[in-house]
Design a protein around this ligand. Structure first.
Ligand code: KIV
Ligand code: NA
Length: 272
């Protein structure tokens, strides 16, 4: 079995074969994707897709650790990256280190991801110099929806220069990769060409160095809404509801349990 890549292995994939990644929050989901993904992200999207929160703002360190531990048990050959939740890193580099170290120590994650560009560069450098590999996340940063004014496309027009500056700043600070979320494809391509670290696109461009999606989105399990950038590869939510409806009908009709699901009362012969 191939060993899991390290952050430097991911960095070395710049300009090479595209990196494949998905989010995961549970052991069985992690097991499903382990052989197919270079890295798996325990995303703070867990709050929305598994816990029914209205945004990622209410996600706690405890939630991230519990889901991170579950994902770690399902991975052997993919690297695990874990999101730093809102409020766990913005205050100071010291606060960020304390919480990043806790996430890594308690889950076994090989790296953390945090949201922000130029404004987080000094924090990223502080972490990287102290043994915490950092994946950056710029463009649409969902923890900042209240200041961004919603889930809008980022970096259009003149704002493209600021996004390019964010990418250059996080790379210079030592991030080993950068997620570009919901930015124009031409800008994503320009950033990918300019920046020295792999760009991981979500709502960005097929020209990025890698792609990521929220697994519940691409499996059709999370259906409260569908972003334009989501491609649904399955309809597990609808399939699951149909299966549950069939079960309810069987119970009502006393078709379940069937003879093959129940036990006879003959005592088994211990010598046979
Ligand atoms: O939390 C998450 O799922 C993410 C990815 C969408 C990049 O941050
Ligand atoms: Na996230």
């Amino acid at each position: 079995k191939k060993r899991a890549p390290m952050p430097d292995d991911i960095r070395a994939r710049k300009g090479g074969a595209p990196l494949v990644s998905l989010t995961a929050y549970t052991t069985p989901m992690a097991q499903m994707m382990d052989a197919h993904c270079d890295f798996v992200l325990v995303g703070d999207s867990v709050g929305m897709v598994l816990h029914g929160l209205p945004s990622t703002l209410g996600v706690t360190m405890e939630m991230m650790i519990l889901h991170g531990q579950a994902v770690a048990r399902g991975l052997q050959s993919a690297m695990m990256v874990i999101d730093m939740p809102f409020g766990s890193y913005e205050e100071s580099p010291q606060q960020a280190f304390r919480n990043a170290a806790r996430l890594m120590a308690e889950t076994g994650a090989g790296a953390v991801k945090l949201e922000g560009g130029v404004e987080m560069a000094s924090t990223i450098a502080f972490l990287v110099k102290r043994g915490v590999p950092v994946m950056a996340h710029i463009g649409l940063t969902p923890q900042s929806i209240n200041t961004l004014g919603g889930y809008k496309v980022q970096g259009r027009g003149d704002a493209g220069e600021a996004l390019m500056a964010d990418a250059m700043a996080v790379a210079k600070a030592g991030a080993f990769a950068v997620v570009l979320e919901k930015v124009p494809a031409t800008l994503a391509d320009a950033v990918t060409a300019e920046v020295s670290i792999p760009t991981i696109g979500i709502g960005a461009s097929a020209g990025c160095d890698g792609q990521i999606l929220v697994v519940d989105d691409m499996l059709g399990l999370f259906t409260a809404f569908k972003a334009k950038f989501v491609k649904r590869y399955a309809t597990l939510g609808a399939d699951g509801e149909a299966a549950i409806a069939a079960y309810a009908e069987d119970v009502h009709a006393r078709r379940f349990p069937g003879p093959e699901h129940v036990f006879g009362d003959a005592v088994p012969d211990a010598k046979a």
